[in-house]
Design a protein around this ligand. Sequence first.
Ligand code: ZN
Length: 315
Amino acid sequence: MMRVIALVLIVLSGCNESTPPSHGKPHGRPVEVSSTHRGHGPISVVCTTGMVADLILAVGGDRVQVTTLMGEGVDPHLYKPSPGDVAKLDAASLILFNGLHLEGKMAELFSRLARRRPTFAVAEHLAPADVLEIEGAIDPHVWFDVSLWRKTACVVRDVLVAYDPAEAKGYQERYDGYAARLDALHEWARKELSSIPPQRRVLVTAHDAFRYFGRAYGIEVRGIQGISTESEAGVSEVNALVDFLTERKIKAVFVESSVSERNVKAIQEGCTARGHRLAIGGELFSDAMGKSGTPEGSYEGMVRHNVRTIVEALK
Ligand SMILES: [Zn+2]
């Protein structure tokens, strides 16, 4: 009888590989992994965005082999996994994604995968108090506050240490080095952005991705579309932004690499019609990093590019 009970328990725990994604809400719980790495080869990790991949590579080093599903210019809000993606996820040892509904069309797939293998929504392990909520919707764009993204690096370290405890020391050392670089990057961004005169510290972008950025670096932000590109901007929202930009004499608005320019152009035309000259201040990387192999193809390079572009256009 005891043997039967023990067997049932093993089977049950085998069905629940990791904490299931908590419906896109931040929970702040510590990482738990019920299976560990077997074998000596690198761990195959599949992740969604380049930003998450960057974290795993930084902390995992040569212990991880990372496949990224969403490359340059890809919008994660609208991304639908292909049969090839599902096959890659099914073959992975570890799965990491941003969570907080960023990958809105993959939620069901991740809940299913979490029953079979360690699957983590890194941003959902942040404390609820750190995460922004706008009109009842959770804002997933946490990577734009570098000091907050550093906390997700800590989550990734915990995942790797729990899954591959034999390498704990290496993960801790790489995390320490990366965290120090992110601290320096946060400080640099704060200093650069504080050189914009306070009345001009207004950032208008194609969609509402920069609220964490605004909170961290003291910038007022307005998105033309909402926090997901799934919602369309209405005529009244466009007109309200045109009024705001004209009244405040804001010099520039920005386009995003992963979102259509159409709405930004409409705003620009609206301002021109009212005699306010509004420039396109440049392209920002919002929900996808730049081309891999270029400086903007890394998280740190992406942040630097955005900060420099914003400072140059608004100063
Ligand atoms: Zn977004």
